[in-house]
Design a protein. Structure first.
Length: 274
DNA sequence: ACCCAGGAAATTC
DNA sequence: GAATTTCATGGG
């Protein structure tokens, strides 16, 4: 008899849209429609049956953790309605994948995975992240691997990461780990301080610019006002939202951003030149 | 062979 | 300072 957590009456969640929209790189879809993944050193299978969300192999003591991870305390239906009024194309994007939620991932994991993401593609990012976990992460009872601690990574040199095949990003990962482990960069401080201050804190790390900082803040520290501009978003802003700036998207800009990012990536024809 | 990928650092102009 | 090149690696 397997243990599980159940959350009832869960709205505005689609697991495929949320777990495979490019914010997290560690969830794998099963043939039965569930997803296997690891977060906060817990290996689970998640499954959605109507509006019932099941977290299989999770302890009751972690109810609050998973509630937080899937951001179940936020009314995405209401937010979607609110931001859809900003621009009709944003309304289209929100309607395209209304089951996207912004996860509350481990801050250090978000930092590292988005360092890895630079000048890279999502498929390859997933491979590098998986190899990083296998190389340095704690092995969990079911054989899965946790995301490594900063301290573990901080003790190594860039060359030690050669098995990851992450190329020039190796030294960025080591620098990030060392600064986090040494307390030069305080991730927890970035939850609550002024946005620009949080950005600057993260940008002390070699290999962290504005975009990686914004992604870390959005996906790891739940700063949902963040509006990361990657190549897709720059295309989308130029073509779909001419004249608008990130500020125009309001306090839930990060959610709007993810709707737009996913919508753009799934509909590349929007940007074909005539 | 060439180009691109959820960028940022290094170099050049 | 702004614009361009380089940085590893893998897939199309």
């Amino acid at each position: 008899m397997k243990k599980f957590l159940k959350f009832e009456n869960v709205r505005d969640l689609d697991l495929a849209q949320t777990l495979d929209c490019g914010q997290s790189f560690r969830w794998v879809e099963r043939s039965d429609g569930g997803f296997d993944g690891v977060a906060f050193k817990k290996s689970v299978t998640v499954r959605l049956d109507g509006t019932d969300l099941y977290i299989e192999n999770a302890d009751e003591a972690d109810r609050e953790l998973w509630h937080s991870y899937f951001d179940l305390g936020l009314d995405y239906g209401k937010i979607r309605e609110e931001i859809s009024a900003i621009h009709p194309v944003l309304a289209d994007a929100a309607r395209y994948a209304p089951g996207i939620r912004i996860l509350r991932q481990e801050p250090f994991e978000a930092l590292c995975t988005f360092i890895i993401s630079q000048n890279n593609n999502i498929k390859r990012i997933k491979g590098i992240v998986q190899r990083l976990c296998e190389l340095l992460g704690e092995r969990l009872p079911d054989g899965a691997f946790a995301f490594p601690e900063a301290e573990k990574l901080a003790a190594l040199n860039p060359d030690d990461l050669a098995p990851l095949r992450a190329g020039f990003r190796n030294r960025y990962l080591i620098d990030a780990a060392r600064k986090v482990a040494d307390g030069d960069v305080d991730l927890e401080k970035c939850r609550a301080c002024a946005y620009d201050e949080a950005r600057n804190e993260l940008m002390q790390i070699t290999g962290v610019g504005v975009k990686v900082a914004d992604c870390t803040l959005l996906f790891g520290l739940h700063r949902i006002e963040a509006f990361p501009l990657d190549v897709w978003m720059k295309r989308a802003m130029a073509k779909l939202f001419p004249g608008m700036t990130p500020d125009d998207f309001g306090q839930y800009a990060g959610i709007a951003q993810q709707y737009i990012f996913h919508y753009s990536r799934m509909n590349p024809g929007l940007f074909d030149e005539r």
